[in-house]
Design a protein around this ligand. Structure first.
Ligand code: FPP
Ligand code: MG
Length: 331
């Protein structure tokens, strides 16, 4: 299982017990099968994309919330859990194929993007096919709420991304606006993953959803920080790529609201060295530390909700470790 064994998530598997490790491996295989079953060149590209790595965080959350709940009772329930978990990953990978077109990204996870090797049409078609494959897979589930949860998330992903595009190159982004964007483009799918797990684990859907939402917001805040502070050798991309494509994230938005020098930055004129220098100035301004504190605060809220989950201690422990791994990641 290439994806999870090479990441901090590996520690979670130990805590989650043998059943979790088996399910994670089965879901990883299912993701590959569903992507590979897509017809034509899009199938080949989709299979390559899902095989290129990824932490499989969203399916992991589904499986963790499911725990040893009612899903364990029969084979159909087990299958339905695996399909739901796999669908969250397929949707996530679909958004990445689309995002690379919008970002004009040459590489992702250190691998050339479909956009860069085969063009925008091929990348969009691959993302579309992955999205369709996810919905086709869950459409066989007798419970309509499974498709509904994922459809709500997919709409939010698109809306969040469109908001971000509408905000491109704007330095006057409020914290509230930024948060709305992040809930849409990232946290909504984390929330959906947890809600799907809750269906199978007999957990309150709202409690599960709030855990996913808080972890998703924290994940994106930390992801944005990696773009500014991360080691390119580890992240696989140059520092300041968000700034170069006009994506103003919270550290710069906060700095621009307080300091006229940041508010006067000409983002359209940045080149790579200037973007890296702006990253250094942002780190020195203290706003990165502020954003990190905010992310850690979100994780603490999620940890408190995790501690309040009913049922076996193993589920709480594994989820708490997963939340911790999210904070500790460096790529
Ligand atoms: C990666 O994050 C991108 C996202 C979290 C979401 C992108 C969403 C879309 C393109 C909408 C497509 C919607 C559907 C339903 C297919 P990032 O851009 O912050 O980070 P990265 O580019 O550096 O990975
Ligand atoms: Mg992007």
């Amino acid at each position: 299982m290439a994806a999870s064994s090479a990441t901090p998530v590996a520690g979670v598997l130990g805590a989650g017990g043998p059943r979790l490790a088996e399910r994670v491996a089965a879901v990883d295989a299912l993701v590959a099968v569903l992507a590979g079953a897509i017809d034509g060149p899009a199938g080949v590209r989709a299979a390559g994309l899902v095989a290129s790595g990824g932490k499989r965080l969203r399916p992991l959350l589904t499986l963790l919330l499911a725990g040893d709940g009612p899903a364990a009772a029969d084979e159909a329930g087990e299958r339905s859990l695996r399909v739901a978990a796999a669908a969250t990953e397929l949707i996530h990978v679909a958004t990445l194929a689309h995002d690379d077109v919008l970002d004009r990204a040459p590489t992702r996870r250190g691998v050339p993007t479909i956009w860069s090797t085969d063009g925008a049409e091929a990348a969009v078609a691959t993302g579309d096919a992955l999205l369709a494959a996810a919905f086709e897979a869950v459409s066989r589930d007798a419970r309509p709420e499974v498709s509904a949860i994922l459809a709500t998330a997919a709409s939010s992903l698109a809306a969040g991304e469109l908001m971000q595009r509408a905000d491109a190159f704007r330095l006057d982004i409020t914290v509230e606006r930024y948060e709305q964007r992040v809930i849409g483009k990232t946290a909504a799918l984390f929330e959906a993953a947890c809600r799907l797990g809750a269906i199978h684990g007999g957990v309150d859907a709202e409690l599960a959803g709030s855990i996913g939402r808080d972890l998703g917001i924290a994940f994106q805040l930390l992801d944005d920080l990696l773009d500014i502070e991360g080691d390119p050798a580890v992240t696989g991309k140059a520092r300041g790529t968000d700034l170069l494509d006009g994506t103003v994230t919270l550290p710069l938005a906060l700095a621009a609201a307080r300091d006229p020098e940041f508010a006067a930055v000409k983002l359209r004129e940045l080149d790579e060295p200037a973007a890296a220098e702006l990253c250094d100035r942002l780190i020195a301004s203290g706003t990165c530390d502020e954003v990190r504190a905010s992310a850690l605060g979100r994780v603490e809220v999620a940890q408190a909700a995790i501690a309040a989950l009913p049922g076996p201690e193993g589920r709480r422990q594994a989820l708490a470790l997963a939340a911790r791994a999210l904070v500790d990641r460096s790529a």
